[in-house]
Design a protein around this ligand. Structure first.
Ligand code: HEC
Ligand code: HEC
Length: 166
């Protein structure tokens, strides 16, 4: 993920942001309190970006807010797919009939976890995070289609109550 981002492309190293230099008395040492660079913008970012702190914070937040929004959309969709699979199973669908949807569910989950575990909420590589979340959404979509198109017993409560044949 990181290596797809603009800072990696520009040759910026982890330590430039996460372990910036600081002054202790007359000495210049590197900060070993690994913490959010956004709590230390003056040392972590303004060495390179000569723009006001609030502006830098806003730029980072802009990337993170959008990534988080997309992450929530992908997560909601995945939860819907899991619900669809559960309802189909409760209505009598076999493991064979659900295999395709479950496989797609796992792929969607893996990609979502991948972005989640990376933990910068898109900051390291915003477009790459968006691409991976888009792929996750696509697997979820295909999983719901797999359920729709499989020859499953009906999962509609109304139809079941009306005693329609499965
Ligand atoms: C251009 C600055 C920059 C560089 C370079 C950078 N990061 Fe980050 N990193 C950030 C920012 C900003 C965040 C998000 C912090 C936040 O949301 O509070 C972050 C978040 C993280 C987190 C999650 C932090 C947490 O508190 O959970 C980890 C882990 C991390 N970075 C590791 C790395 C590694 C490893 C590298 C090098 C491969 C790297 N970073 C390079 C700016 C940078
Ligand atoms: C060692 C220098 C360096 C440091 C430190 C650094 N940056 Fe950058 N940053 C760059 C370069 C170079 C680019 C790419 C600019 C370009 O090529 O146009 C960039 C690009 C960006 C962009 C545009 C990102 C995008 O996706 O288009 C943002 C936002 C940004 N930096 C924020 C930060 C923040 C916030 C920090 C501190 C956490 C930080 N930078 C630390 C050098 C640095």
């Amino acid at each position: 993920m990181w290596n797809q981002g603009i800072h990696a492309r520009a040759g910026v190293a982890c330590a430039d942001c996460h372990m910036p230099y600081m002054r202790v008395g007359a000495m210049k040492i590197s900060d070993h309190h690994v913490r959010s660079p956004l709590l230390n913008i003056a040392n972590a970012c303004q060495t390179c970006h000569r723009v006001p702190e609030a502006e830098l914070e806003a730029r980072a937040e802009n990337i993170q807010t959008k990534t988080f929004e997309l992450r929530n959309i992908a997560l909601d969709a995945l939860v819907e797919l899991i619900g669809d699979i559960q309802r189909a199973r409760d209505a009598g669908a076999t493991d064979d009939q659900l295999a395709a949807a479950r496989g797609l569910q796992r792929k969607a989950q893996f990609l979502l976890d991948f972005v989640e575990a990376e933990n910068s909420t898109g900051f390291h590589a915003g477009q790459e995070a968006a691409r991976v979340l888009g792929q996750s959404l696509d697997y979820t979509r295909k999983g719901q289609i797999a359920i729709r198109d499989a020859d499953l017993p009906t999962t509609r409560p109304a139809a079941a109550a009306a005693g329609r044949p499965r």
